[in-house]
Structure formats: C-alpha cells, structure tokens
Write a protein that binds this ligand. Structure first.
Ligand code: GRF
Length: 197
C-alpha cells in the first residue's frame, strides 16, 4: 500500500515509520509527507529520508472543503491509498474522510478515551493518573474518537517529569506505529488477493 504521512510538527513518528521499511519487505511504502505548517521539522526529515514532501497553507483557502480538495489532488497524483496522521494538528473533514473511508489512522499519547485533544501528556500528569499510554485508532470526524486498533500502557511513576514521561511514550510510539501499520496493511493485501482469486 502507498502511504502518505500527515505531520504538523517534529515528525519523529514519521521518521520511525519510514525507517521501519528500510531494507525490509513491509505491507506499506511511504510515498509522501504532507504538512500544514511551513516550519514543521517533519519537512526536513523528509528531505533527509528522501521522501517527497509538500506543504500547503490552509490560509490560502476559504474553507476546509477547498483546502482538502487540493490535498486530495496531491494524494491522487501520488496514488496514495492510505493516510497516517502523526502529530497532524487539524481535524480531517468530510472531503478526505469520504474518499479515504476506513483508510486513515492516528496515534494519540494517552489510553483513549481518556485525555483526548491537546497535550494528553500534561492532562495525565495534571490528573495524577498512575497509568497512561498510547492509542492507535481509525479517524472519524471527531477529535481522537474513532475505533481503537492498538493500545499500550505506560506507568507514571512519582519521579516522572513531563520530559521523562514523554520519552517513554515516544519510545513506545516509534515501535508500535510502524508495527501496527505493517500488520494492518499486510492483512489488507491478503484480503484483496483472496477476493480476486
Ligand atoms: C506524538 O506524541 C503523537 O502521539 C501525537 O503527536 C506527537 C507527534 O510527535 N499525536 P512527532 O511529530 O511524531 O515527533
């Protein structure tokens, strides 16, 4: 499957998803990095990794529909068939949801449905939670709401700081996201092949 990763920030998950395919047979290939932020470090990582990257500014469009129509054009040019959100700080609208129905996933740094939205790590610390984690889920029109695909727990120790907790969470993300994506898309291939025969 041909995957596009959407990222607004650092792009460390994007990098781990690309690196997992290096020299290996995987159920996916990353063909495109898309960003809504001109200064996203993910764009630089894409250059270093040799992945095509595009920034399109939402400011140049009257509404989300028009913005996503142009993104869709880009995705069609690259024959993308699956979208992976990795720190993409924008809700996906009906235009992309309709065309990529069931083919968009996201990663969130909490055990959803706990601590959705912005700064899930800060929310967990603030709440005095003893356990948090990572969730990978299908994307729907809500904020961090679609059906859950994979979750992994992380213990919050009294000695944990924001930074130490974030490090533990990212370490899990960088393993779990490529692994889940591979399993998901490999399965898709098998199903497609069986139905053709
Ligand atoms: C990750 O923690 C992810 O769970 C959240 O945003 C962060 C993105 O980090 N949705 P990066 O840009 O992949 O480094």
């Amino acid at each position: 499957k041909r995957v596009a990763v959407f990222a607004s920030g650092s792009g460390s998950n994007f990098e781990s998803i690309v690196n997992a395919t290096k020299g290996k047979e995987k159920g996916y290939e990353v063909v495109l990095l898309f960003s809504d932020q001109p200064t996203a470090y993910a764009l630089e990582r894409a250059d270093q990794l040799g992945v095509s990257s595009y920034f399109i500014s939402p400011k140049n469009y009257p509404d989300k529909m028009a913005y996503e129509a142009d993104i869709l054009g880009l995705l069609m040019r690259y024959r993308v068939d699956f979208i992976v959100l990795a720190g993409y700080m924008r809700l996906i609208g009906p235009m992309l949801l309709k065309r990529f129905d069931g083919d968009i996933i996201n990663i969130h740094p909490s055990l959803l449905p706990e601590f959705p939205g912005l700064d899930a790590i800060g929310q967990a610390l603030e709440a005095g939670a003893k356990i948090t984690g990572v969730t990978i889920h299908y994307v729907d029109e809500g904020m961090d709401t679609g059906p859950i695909i994979a979750q992994e727990k992380v213990e919050i120790k009294p000695s944990d700081t924001y930074d130490s907790l974030q490090k533990k969470i990212q370490k899990i993300e960088h393993r779990l996201y490529p692994q889940t994506l591979d399993q998901l898309l490999r399965k898709g291939e098998t199903i497609a092949k069986t139905s053709v025969n």
